[in-house]
Design a protein. Structure first.
Length: 404
């Protein structure tokens, strides 16, 4: 009966309550769209890092992440193939590939450039690197025994293009200099501008021949689903830690992701607070006006026997019904707008430390949609509490004067 009466009272004040409803809908839609936009940026940054550089997980000798960049030859996995078979047994694992790192000089016949290189398994890496853009040429394949992929910055600095020849000079584990004559097969652009300025990729076999080893520095794990990263990492760490191996997740390998998330969290957190404040102020204003226009009505109810708690409950029930209607309508409008905007796309400039812009969408995350719904509902109820307390405590005679 209470909520039925509250619904009837809301229909009596259609113009005023329509303003309140519009404020609630605006706030809920704003939170869904802004939150979904931020979530898509996080999703894109993560997937770009995974599918252009790091993979979901990497297994390496303990200490490789901290010290391996200077002496990768001291952190070699001696039998990578056996370990790959063990890792591939995990049901969540889509693929496992070996990499070996090295540094050296790349020469175009005129100029030397210091580079950081990786020996990779080309066909497997091509499946993983879906966010890597080929600016010229093609991807490496397993048939390119002495082919090389150049980062955009390397190709520009040495004025190299697909079909050109280059000489790679590097040191073996024993300290001897070794060289490879390579053919440029492609120029790539990854997510990171700094990475592209120094990176090259050659087949794993060629890198092992250059360095005089059959080992690998890291085993890169590609998962079927990104959300399985933490469970799989936890399952692998227990058996591998005792064997002198460490497991790193893509979040740990890409520290720029954490920094970018923190930056965007602050920016869009402030935006969401502004939207929330606007909703609270708008709803509070309209609810106050609506309640105090009905003071005489509440005074009459008190005069015929209704007590203060009943008046308070009625006002809160009306706000609850109005908030529920506004939150539901806001979610429906927000979801429809999110789908429409996502279908069109939002062109975005490159994020910090990135080379490539992207087309953003509005990502619908269930917990965030539920949070926007809760904010719309709770904000409406909270905005009505103080006016409800005041009108419930107002003396009957004073309230009745409003009928005159």
């Amino acid at each position: 009966m209470l909520f039925r009466l509250a619904a009837r009272n809301i229909m009596r004040q259609r113009a005023r309550n329509a303003m309140t409803l519009a404020a609630i809908v605006f706030g809920v839609v704003g939170l869904i769209l802004s939150g979904g936009f931020v979530q898509h940026i996080y999703f894109y940054l993560g997937e770009a890092a995974i599918h252009s550089q790091s993979g979901h997980l990497q297994v390496a000798k303990t200490g490789f992440r901290a010290k391996g960049a200077r002496r990768p030859d001291q952190y070699l996995i001696a039998e990578p193939d056996a370990l790959k078979r063990r890792l591939s047994a995990q049901s969540e694992v889509a693929d496992v590939m070996a990499r070996i790192g090295f540094s050296g000089l790349l020469n175009n016949g005129k100029t030397d450039l210091s580079i950081v290189g990786e020996g990779i398994e080309p066909d497997r890496e091509a499946k993983l690197g879906t966010y890597m853009t080929m600016l010229a040429g093609r991807q490496l394949s397993d048939h390119d025994r002495f082919g090389v992929l150049l980062g955009q910055g390397v190709a520009h600095a040495l004025n190299l293009a697909p079909g050109d020849r280059a000489t790679l000079v590097a040191s073996t584990a024993e300290g001897a200099a070794n060289t490879l004559d390579l053919e440029v097969v492609g120029v790539f652009q990854s997510f990171s501008k700094d990475y592209d300025a120094r990176a090259i990729k050659i087949p794993l076999g060629a890198a092992q021949e250059l360095l005089g080893t059959r080992g690998a520095n890291t085993l890169v794990i590609s998962l079927a689903r990104t959300r399985d990263t933490q469970p799989v990492a936890a399952a692998l760490r227990a058996p591998l830690t005792g064997q002198g191996l460490e497991v790193s997740t893509w979040e740990e390998l890409n520290d720029f992701y954490d920094k970018t998330v923190k930056l965007y969290d602050r920016q869009f957190g402030a935006l969401q607070l502004i939207v929330l404040a606007m909703v609270l102020l708008s709803v509070a204003n309209t609810v106050n006006m609506s309640i105090f226009e009905r003071v005489g009505e509440f005074g009459t109810m008190r005069a015929v026997g209704d007590r203060s708690p009943a008046i308070f409950r009625l006002v809160i029930a009306e706000s609850l019904v109005l908030g529920l209607a506004g939150a539901v309508l806001g979610v429906l409008v927000g979801v429809l707008l999110a789908l429409g905007i996502s279908a069109i796309g939002i062109p975005m400039p490159p994020p910090p430390n990135a080379n490539v812009g992207f087309v953003a969408e509005i990502r619908l995350v269930p917990w965030q949609v539920a949070g926007a719904f809760a904010v719309g509902l709770v904000a409406t109820v909270l905005a009505s509490i103080l006016p409800a307390v005041r009108v419930a405590r107002m003396p009957v005679v004073e309230a009745l004067r409003h009928n005159v």
